[in-house]
Ligand binder design. Structure first.
Ligand code: SF4
Length: 378
């Protein structure tokens, strides 16, 4: 079938109907089935974005795919990949006198090895949910006698907002604002996953790509012989991505392509990247489930260390989080959530044991909310 011709457009809403078009979707499903039928083996594609995890379920796409096409979730949920040590650091900061800790809502429920921010808040610590780091800096401006520590998480998409508030704090000469920087970068994590033979290709994250563009993924095809397509989040976007990944697999012609031109320019967002460069340098970072990944995190440049809240916080080594939680394997696409024995009984969104059940973009939460009833019948 003809591919949808997408041009970069200012008004993206014009195209939404097209990307929910039932006939286009049917044609793509037919094409996927035909291509899968011609392949004499199973293929596994990884979607590297929490929003894709949810969108696949919401559009019912998993149930439409042929048996030999498997989609596994990857490390694209920022809440899920934040390490136990980073949560423990935030817990330690929150216990300091005259300190307000801020973060995004989901982070409060993520368990560290000694509890969660939410539990600590119920003990009286001053922990607040913010929707933007700008709110954290306002708190610092309005509470001179207190120290405000913002737990900054997220990928290349949210890191520019943190960079902007650090610049603002510097301009205002604020000495009571700092961040625990747990930002992570997607391409270094893919570098660790791509050589694995069980993954045939990647559905690349639309949001992150809108900042970094297509170039940082080129190593997938060049060095690892794997395909990757940047995809949007509507049903047709996702089907088109799967269809193209199958086509590239069938032709044995690995390539990295941008199928989400209406939101992702090939060059990404140079202004946002410049902001990141002004404020951060790359550092090795610990990811839940992966361990340390070289150059996969961000830390403040040496001249900005006064805004680094981790300086001067003494912390005991983190204990092991819940031993039966298999979030690490879920995040590497090694198992699907129902294979964890806690899934759906001890671990449900209200009493989440691991971060993949906490975040609405976590794979365990998505399977629990939208997945088939199979696991409920076990
Ligand atoms: S179901 Fe719960 S315990 Fe199991 S891997 Fe997912 S979050 Fe961890």
């Amino acid at each position: 079938m003809d591919r949808i011709k997408v041009k970069p457009e200012k008004n993206n809403f014009r195209f939404l109907d097209e990307y929910r078009d039932r006939n286009l979707a049917k044609g793509l499903i037919r094409s996927i089935r035909q291509r899968a039928g011609r392949l004499n083996r199973s293929v596994t594609f990884m979607e590297v974005c929490g929003t894709h995890t949810t969108a696949l379920f919401r559009h019912g796409i998993r149930s439409l795919l042929p048996d030999n096409v498997k989609i596994v979730s990857g490390p694209g949920c920022p809440v899920c990949v934040t390490s136990t040590e980073d949560i423990d650091l935030a817990l330690t900061a929150a216990r300091l006198p005259r300190t307000i800790v801020t973060s995004f809502g989901d982070m409060l429920r993520v368990p560290g090895s000694r509890g969660s921010l939410k539990a600590l808040r119920s003990e009286g610590c001053d922990i607040r949910v913010v929707y933007s780091p700008l709110e954290a800096i306002e708190l610092a401006v309005n509470n001179h006698a207190k120290r405000v520590v913002h737990l900054a998480v997220g990928f290349e998409t949210t890191a520019p907002a943190t960079a902007a508030v650090i610049n603002r704090a510097r301009e205002k000469g604020l000495d009571n604002f700092s961040v625990l920087c747990s930002h992570k970068l997607i391409p270094p994590a893919l570098k660790g996953l791509a050589p694995e033979s069980r993954i045939d290709g990647f559905m690349l994250p639309g949001h992150v790509s809108s900042i970094i563009g297509i170039r940082p993924y080129m190593f997938l095809a060049r060095e690892c012989g794997k395909s990757g397509v940047i995809a949007g989040f509507e049903a047709v976007d996702i089907l088109q991505a799967i269809d193209r990944l199958l086509e590239l697999t069938e032709k044995k012609s690995p390539a990295v392509e941008n199928l989400y031109h209406r939101c992702v320019p090939d060059e990404g967002n140079p202004a946002a990247r410049e902001l990141l460069k002004q404020v951060f340098i790359q550092k090795d970072a610990k990811w839940r489930g992966f361990g340390h990944i070289p150059k996969s995190g961000l830390s403040l440049r040496p001249g900005l260390k006064r805004f680094d809240a981790s300086r001067g916080i003494e912390m005991e080594p983190s204990a092991v989080a819940h031993r039966s939680c298999r979030c690490g394997e879920v995040l590497r696409g090694l198992i699907s959530p129902p294979e964890c024995k806690l899934f759906g009984n001890i671990c449900v969104p209200e009493t989440a044991v691991g971060p993949c059940m906490v975040s609405s973009e976590g794979a365990c939460a998505a399977y629990y909310r939208y997945g088939s009833d199979e696991w409920k019948r076990r």
